[in-house]
Design a protein around this ligand. Structure first.
Ligand code: BES
Ligand code: ZN
Length: 619
């Protein structure tokens, strides 16, 4: 592929300044098809927010002051991204103190991208101030009624900006290639607490201030407001959650400091100060979101036995891959997620041992193959073409698990010692920068492959990055424990042993998952009932196992799980869980009807992004 890449060598980005050692320069901001903005001419470098959180009207209302870097002095228009924002007034200033009104214009509205907001700038303007409010349907915010919370007394708000929803609550240059610092003044109802992906300054009742002094991409700006309690879990770690959830969460996540230490040993210092987790109500549409200093997490990982904390390892790993070194565009998403899954597994191995890591890696490859079988070949490539598409379309397991397998192959080929040193150098070289696939690959060529061409020759990099499927010889992580699980599953399917007689003592969540996934798609009513009687899957308190069981129950018309399925779909909004359930339901006419009737009640409680996904299935 190297002859097909634009001739891009990183030496281009080394300035031959007077000093002896060339100093790496900041990379130019990449062109991003998912943003209307013009950061190549005028870049937003800092945002200062002053917002009131108004629950009755489901709106954020206030001002954003944007600090500008005018690299092209001839450019007279600042172009920002917005989506469903009401803009009341725009002003400009040369000193952030004296303001004058400036004309603004909206571009044509696009279903995926929202619309451009162009502000005319006088030659000396260095700041713009925008007075605005968000729409109740803002795609990046979810407003929860008290009934949707654990405490049932207070409303709740949280944001989810990745990939392109920051523009629905802040007018800014919403591209991951644009990095900015931010500060915020947030006013809330007196009884509630506001948290953000930032350091908090002194707060008083209903009045909170934050600042983030490291330059981050806009998709990492985050806010949540609710009845929140805090519990410390380590010297730089802790959990925020509703009061009735916080103790359970602190117990579940008590190993977080160990995870940070493991990651630091491998890949260099944690550069963000504190690492806290915010456990959200169950409508949170993702497993986790790596908002800097404050990971947002679904309560469905609170299994009570730490069996699902790979999610913390994952979001923490983003403190290196993603938040420190960021994908410059959504085409390059595998640089965020593939590297992160690789690091997540390394952390899991350090903290919980090789056996646990081996099971998770094996499950990962199985899930990847399963999903890839149903994907268009063009969506099976790491460097995916998203022209004209929603970046959400690229968010399959391909960037995650295929990306991680590529890194695993490089590790196995070059050896851990060499690869770890390489990765550490990569994070140092590109710290606080946004890079494209071409940058990452050029760096790999110069700093790893060039030193050992005979090893590099074993890695079909072009095939990995630009071709569908998995190259022959892709790593195939194996787990000894899974061999035994498989044997039990086969014995039961053959009918030689009753479920209650299977040897399942001491099985972990991962082994149970593998067991369920090893069973044939079609099971009889009698077989489903036998499994349930022996193992109580319908009553499982582990949402990962329960969800897998519910999919099987729908597929096999197992009516005893019907009520549980309804409850699950009406409370849990995690997209990875509900999407396969609705997909399975709509396969039969009766199921379709049921799906429609459940969804009619469940939809108002789902996040806008989850609504869009499920609308697509039931349409
Ligand atoms: N950054 C992602 C979440 C995300 C991706 C949000 C794309 C919006 C668009 C996060 O790090 C993630 O990957 N979460 C996973 C869990 C993880 C353990 C694989 C999820 O939410 O399922
Ligand atoms: Zn991730």
């Amino acid at each position: 592929m190297y002859n097909r890449l634009p001739l891009l060598s990183l030496t281009v980005f080394l300035c031959a300044c007077s000093s002896t050692k060339p100093k790496p320069m900041t990379l130019p901001i990449a062109k991003d098809i998912h943003s209307f903005s013009n950061p190549q001419q005028i870049a937003v470098r800092h945002a200062d927010l002053d917002l009131s959180v108004i629950f009755d009207q489901k709106t954020l209302q206030g001002t954003a002051v944007l600090w500008l870097d005018r690299t092209d002095p001839r450019a007279r228009q600042l172009v920002l991204d917005t989506r469903d924002l009401q803009i009341d007034e725009t002003e400009t200033s040369h000193d952030n103190s004296k303001w004058r009104e400036a004309p603004f214009h909206f571009g044509k509205s696009d279903k995926i991208l929202g619309r451009a907001l162009a502000i005319d700038l006088p030659a000396d303007a260095r700041f713009v101030r925008i007075r605005y409010s968000t729409d109740p349907s803002a795609s990046g915010l979810q407003w929860l009624s008290p009934a949707q919370t654990a405490g049932k007394q207070h409303p709740f708000l949280f944001s989810q900006s990745e990939p392109i929803a920051a523009r629905s609550w802040i007018p800014l240059q919403d591209s991951p290639g644009v990095r900015m610092t931010y500060s915020a003044h947030i006013k809330t109802p007196a009884e509630l607490t506001a948290v953000m992906s930032a350091e908090h300054d002194a707060a008083s009742k209903g009045d909170f201030r934050f600042h983030m002094n490291e330059p981050i991409p806009p998709y990492l700006i985050a806010i949540s407001v609710g009845d929140l309690a805090f519990q410390e879990t380590g010297k730089r770690t802790g959990v925020y959650a509703e009061p009735s959830v916080v103790a359970k969460a602190a117990k579940e996540f008590e190993d977080t400091e160990k995870m940070i230490e493991a990651a630091e040993r491998l890949f260099g210092p944690y550069r963000w100060g504190r690492y806290d987790l915010l456990v959200l109500p169950p409508s949170f549409p993702f497993g986790g979101m790596e908002n800097p200093r404050l990971t947002f997490a679904t309560p469905t990982v609170l299994a009570g036995d730490k069996s699902l904390v790979s999610l913390v390892a994952h979001e923490l790993a983003h403190s290196w891959s993603g938040n420190l070194v960021t994908n410059a565009t959504w085409r390059d998403f595998w640089l965020n997620e593939g590297f992160t899954v690789y690091i997540e597994r390394r952390i899991q191995e350090e903290v919980y041992g090789r056996a646990r890591e081996g099971m998770e890696a094996a499950l990962g490859r199985q899930e990847l193959e399963h999903e890839m079988a149903g994907l268009d070949p063009k969506d099976q490539v790491l460097h995916i073409d998203l022209a004209g598409r929603d970046p959400d379309d690229g968010m399959t397991l391909v960037p995650y698990e295929k990306g991680a397998l590529l890194l695993r192959q490089i590790e196995e080929t070059f050896g851990r010692e060499r690869f770890d040193k390489y990765l550490r150098g990569y994070f140092d070289r590109f710290a606080f920068q946004s890079i494209t696939t071409a940058h990452a690959l050029a760096y790999m060529h110069e700093n790893l492959f060039a030193e050992a061409p005979e090893l590099a020759a074993k890695i079909p990099l072009d095939q990995w990055v630009n071709q569908p499927g998995l190259p022959p010889g892709a790593p195939d992580p194996k787990s000894d424990a899974f061999g035994k699980v498989q044997a039990q599953a086969s014995a039961w399917v053959k009918g030689t042993v009753h479920a209650a007689q299977l040897q399942t003592a001491g099985w972990t969540t991962q082994e149970w998952l593998h067991f369920l996934r090893s069973l044939p798609d079609k099971l009889s009513a009698k077989q489903m009932a036998e499994l349930d009687a022996a193992f109580h899957f319908t009553a499982s308190g582990n949402d990962e196992i329960l969800q897998q069981w519910l999919v099987m129950s729908v597929r096999n018309g197992y009516a005893a799980a019907d009520e549980k399925l309804g409850d699950f779909l009406l409370t849990v909004g995690r997209r990875k869980y509900i999407k396969p359930l609705y997909e399975e339901l709509v396969k039969t006419p009766a199921g379709k009807q049921r799906a429609a009737s459940i969804y009619e009640r469940a939809r108002p409680g789902y996040h806008p992004m989850a609504q869009t996904t499920i609308d697509g299935i039931l349409r």
